[in-house]
Design a protein around this ligand. Structure first.
Ligand code: GEM
Ligand code: ZN
Length: 375
C-alpha cells in the first residue's frame, strides 16, 4: 500500500502502513505554526472488496480537537465525486474506514478546491468579461487576483467578497466559483439588476501558499491572515496588505469574508456587533441579510453561531470587524461547516462544494435585494 501527499493541498505523515486494516497516520502542522486539522492524501494498493482502516493518531492535538465529534472524513475514487466515510473519534485518535471498490482513493478533511481549478476559474472569468483590477503576490510569489465584475461607474456600490484567508477552508473557494459563475450569466435578471447598481470586487483565494501546502490556518510565514488586519506587513501578511490598499482606494459598501467552521454543523454568519462604530443601521442590515437568506430558501440559519461580542469588545484584527469599522458598512464573516448543515442533513456527502456554490447563488439574490439600501 502506497500513501502519498506530495501534491496540491496534500497533508499527511505515514507512521506505520504495515497493517492495511489499521494504517497509522499523523497530520502535519502548518509551516511556522502549530495549527493543524486539514488532511488530504492518496492511497494506492487498496484491495477492492476489502475494508481498509486509517487512523489519524494526533487528531486529539489538532487546532479544534473538539470538532471531531460528529465529523466524517471525505473520500473519492476520482477526485471529482467525494463522499463521507464511517468515522469515529476515540481516545484522541480519528478512525475512518473504506470498503474499497477500487485500487486507489483519496481522503481529505473536506472536498479540496484544486489550484488548477482556481486558475481555470480566474481565466474563464476574465475571458467572460471580468476585469483584473490588480494582482497581488503571496509570500512564495503565487498570484492573488483581485477581480471586478460590473462596470466601475460613479455612484455604484462597491461590494467586496474575499475567500480562504484560512487555507484549509476549501468550501470558501467552492463558494466563490458558484458566485462568479452566476455573476457572469447575462440572462440572469437578478444579476443584471445587481450589476446596474453595483460592482463586485472578488478575491477567490487569499492564501494560495497555505492552500498549496495543505495548511489549516496560516500562510507561508505562519501568520493567521484573519488576525492581521490591524498590522498587515510585507514580511508576514502581504496578502492582506494588498487587499487593504485597494479597499482604501476604491471604497467598500458591503464586505463578506468567506470561511469554514470546524465545530458548528450549520451555515451561519458572524457580524460586527462588538465594533466601537456599530450602529442600529448596521444591526438592521445584518439582520435583514440573514433573514433574507432564510426567506429565500438558502441553506442558512441564525440560531447557531459564534457567541456575540460584547459592545466595544470586538477583535478588530479580524477582516470582518476591521472592514466594518473602517468603512461603516455591512460586513459579515460567512461560515460553512466542515461537517454538515444539520438543518438539512445530507449524510452521504455532508456539506460539500456544490452546496457551497449554491449558497453563493443565494447570496447574490440577497445582495440584489439589498443593494439599494446599503448606504
Ligand atoms: C473566525 S471569525 C471569528 C469571529 N468571532 C466572532 N465572535 N465574531 C476566525 O477567524 O477565528 C473565522 C474562521 O476561522 O472561520
Ligand atoms: Zn476561517
Amino acid at each position: 500500500m502506497k500513501i502519498s501527499a506530495d501534491f496540491d493541498s496534500g497533508n499527511i505523515q505515514v507512521i506505520d502502513a504495515g497493517n492495511p486494516q489499521q494504517v497509522l497516520l499523523a497530520i502535519r502542522p502548518d509551516l511556522n505554526s502549530g495549527h493543524f486539522q486539514w488532511f488530504h492524501f492518496r492511497v494506492q494498493g487498496l484491495q477492492p472488496g476489502q475494508s481498509h482502516g486509517f487512523v489519524l493518531t494526533n487528531a486529539g492535538q489538532s487546532a479544534y480537537n473538539h470538532a471531531w465529534d460528529g465529523y466524517q472524513a471525505v473520500a473519492s475514487y476520482d477526485q471529482q465525486n467525494w463522499f463521507r466515510v464511517p468515522t469515529r473519534f476515540e481516545d484522541g485518535q480519528l478512525h475512518f474506514h473504506l470498503q474499497a471498490e477500487q485500487e486507489q482513493a483519496w481522503f481529505a478533511y473536506f472536498e479540496p478546491y484544486p489550484r488548477l481549478r482556481h486558475e481555470h476559474l480566474v481565466a474563464t472569468a476574465l475571458a467572460q468579461g471580468a476585469e483584473l483590477v490588480a494582482c497581488g503576490r503571496s509570500l512564495e510569489g503565487r498570484d492573488i487576483p483581485l477581480l471586478r465584475i460590473g462596470a466601475a461607474a460613479p455612484g455604484s456600490r462597491k461590494l467586496w467578497i474575499i475567500a480562504q484567508q484560512h487555507p484549509g477552508e476549501h468550501m470558501a473557494e467552492w463558494f466563490m466559483e458558484g458566485l462568479i459563475e452566476r455573476l457572469q450569466d447575462p440572462q440572469d435578471t437578478e444579476v443584471v439588476q445587481l450589476l446596474a447598481q453595483a460592482e463586485l470586487y472578488l478575491v477567490p483565494n487569499m492564501n494560495p501558499d497555505g492552500a498549496w501546502r495543505g495548511h489549516l490556518r496560516t500562510n507561508y510565514a505562519g501568520q493567521d491572515l484573519n488576525r492581521a488586519w490591524q498590522s498587515a506587513s510585507t514580511e508576514c501578511s502581504p496578502e492582506v496588505l494588498f487587499v487593504q490598499q485597494h479597499m482604501r482606494r476604491i471604497g467598500v459598501d458591503l464586505f463578506l469574508d468567506i470561511h469554514g467552521d470546524e465545530e458548528i454543523p450549520h451555515v451561519f454568519a458572524a457580524g460586527c456587533e462588538g465594533n466601537p462604530g456599530y450602529t442600529p443601521r448596521l444591526a438592521a442590515l445584518e439582520d435583514e441579510f440573514r433573514t433574507r437568506l432564510i426567506d429565500n430558501g438558502a441553506e442558512f440559519q441564525k440560531r447557531y453561531g459564534y457567541p456575540r461580542d460584547e459592545q466595544g469588545q470586538a477583535n478588530l484584527t479580524l477582516a470582518c470587524n476591521a472592514v466594518g469599522q473602517a468603512f461603516d458598512c455591512l460586513s459579515l464573516t460567512l461560515e460553512m461547516p466542515f461537517k454538515d448543515h444539520d438543518d438539512n442533513p445530507q449524510p452521504s456527502t455532508g456539506w460539500n462544494g456544490a452546496r457551497s456554490a449554491k449558497l453563493a447563488r443565494d447570496v447574490i439574490r440577497v445582495m440584489a435585494q439589498m443593494v439599494g439600501k446599503l448606504r
